[in-house]
Design a protein around this ligand. Structure first.
Ligand code: ZN
Length: 279
C-alpha cells in the first residue's frame, strides 16, 4: 500500500513539479519555503534517494489524530518520516528562539541540540523506533505471533504490563511507573488462538506511545488485543496511573492517579474481572 501511494504520487507529481520549477512557482504544500533546507539534509542522509519523490509523499500525507498511527492515513516511507522529523526540528528551534533561549548555549544548541532531541522524542528515530514518547504515531505495528489453542484452554490468560504514555492535552507523561501500587493488567480468554505473551507489552507500547486520554487508551489496547487474540473476551485495567500534568504542574495534585478499565465478552462478569485484576 505504501509503495503504491508513492508511485502514484510520483507519476502525477513530478511532471507537475518540473513545470512549476521552471516558473519558480511554489509547489506542493505549506512547507515549501523549507524545501531547500530539508533537501540539503535529506541528500546527506539518503544520497541515493530521490528527494522530490519523498517531499511529495510527505506533503500529500494527511493530518491524523495524536492518538493514531500513520497507517490510518496510508503509511509513510522511511524517507518521508525523515522529512517530517527535519521540519519538526526546524520549528522546535524556532520555538526555542521565540522564547529567547540562547541557542549558543552548548547545553541547548549545536547540531544535535535540544530541538533535535525533542524532535526525536516526538517523532521517533525511524519507523522501527518504539522507544520514544510519541513514536507509536509513526512506528510499524509489531508482529503479533500467535499459536493454535491446542488444549482448548478456556480460562483467562493474564499479564501485567507497563504503561508509558503522554496526555494529549500537555504531552506530559502518564505511567504505571511513577508510584508503587500502580499497575496495568491485560487478560483474555483464548478462542482458537493464543498470543505470544511477550508480544503484549510490545503492542501496548505501540499503542501507548502516542498522545492519549487514559480512558481512550484503555479502549484502544482492548481493541488491539481483541484483534490479535480473535476474541471479544478481553479485559484491560489501568490502575492508579500518575498523570504528571496534574502531579508536577498546575494543581500539583497527588490525587492525579487515575484508574480506567474496558472489557467485553465473558468479562462482563464482575467476579471474573476481580479474579484477574487482583482486587
Ligand atoms: Zn494533561
Amino acid at each position: 500500500m505504501k509503495e503504491l501511494l508513492v508511485k502514484t504520487v510520483t507519476k502525477t507529481g513530478s511532471s507537475k513539479l518540473n513545470e512549476q520549477n521552471k516558473s519558480a512557482t511554489p509547489v506542493n504544500g505549506k512547507f515549501d519555503y523549507l524545501k531547500d533546507y530539508v533537501e540539503e539534509r535529506f541528500q546527506k542522509k539518503f544520497p541515493k534517494k530521490d528527494f522530490l519523490t519523498s517531499w511529495i509523499e510527505y506533503n500529500h500525507l494527511a493530518d491524523f489524530k495524536i492518538s493514531d498511527n500513520v497507517e490510518s492515513v496510508g503509511g509513510i516511507s522511511e524517507e518521508g518520516h525523515y522529512i517530517m522529523r527535519s521540519i519538526t526540528e526546524y520549528f522546535l528551534t524556532q520555538a526555542f528562539k521565540s522564547m529567547k533561549i540562547d541557542m549558543n548555549d552548548p547545553n541547548v544548541g549545536g547540531e544535535k541540540g535540544t530541538p533535535y532531541r525533542l524532535a526525536k522524542m516526538y517523532c521517533g528515530n525511524d519507523l522501527n523506533d518504539d522507544t520514544e514518547m510519541l513514536s507509536g504515531r509513526w512506528s510499524n505495528k509489531p508482529q503479533m505471533t500467535s499459536f493454535p489453542n491446542e488444549h482448548g484452554q478456556k480460562y483467562p490468560i493474564t499479564k501485567r504490563v507497563d504503561i508509558v504514555s503522554v496526555c494529549s492535552h500537555h504531552t506530559a507523561p502518564f505511567s504505571t511507573l511513577f508510584r508503587d501500587g500502580s499497575y496495568a493488567v491485560i487478560s483474555y480468554i483464548p478462542g482458537e488462538k493464543i498470543i505470544g505473551i511477550s508480544k503484549l507489552q510490545r503492542i501496548v507500547d505501540w499503542v501507548s506511545r502516542r498522545g492519549h486520554l487514559q480512558e481512550n487508551l484503555t479502549k484502544m489496547i482492548y481493541d488491539e488485543v481483541c484483534l490479535a487474540a480473535e476474541t471479544a473476551s478481553v479485559y484491560v485495567k489501568l490502575s492508579g496511573l500518575v498523570h504528571t500534568c496534574e502531579s508536577l504542574r498546575g494543581t500539583q495534585s497527588n490525587e492525579g492517579a487515575f484508574t480506567s478499565e474496558f472489557y467485553g465478552g465473558d468479562f462482563s462478569n464482575y467476579e471474573m474481572r476481580r479474579e484477574v485484576s487482583g482486587g
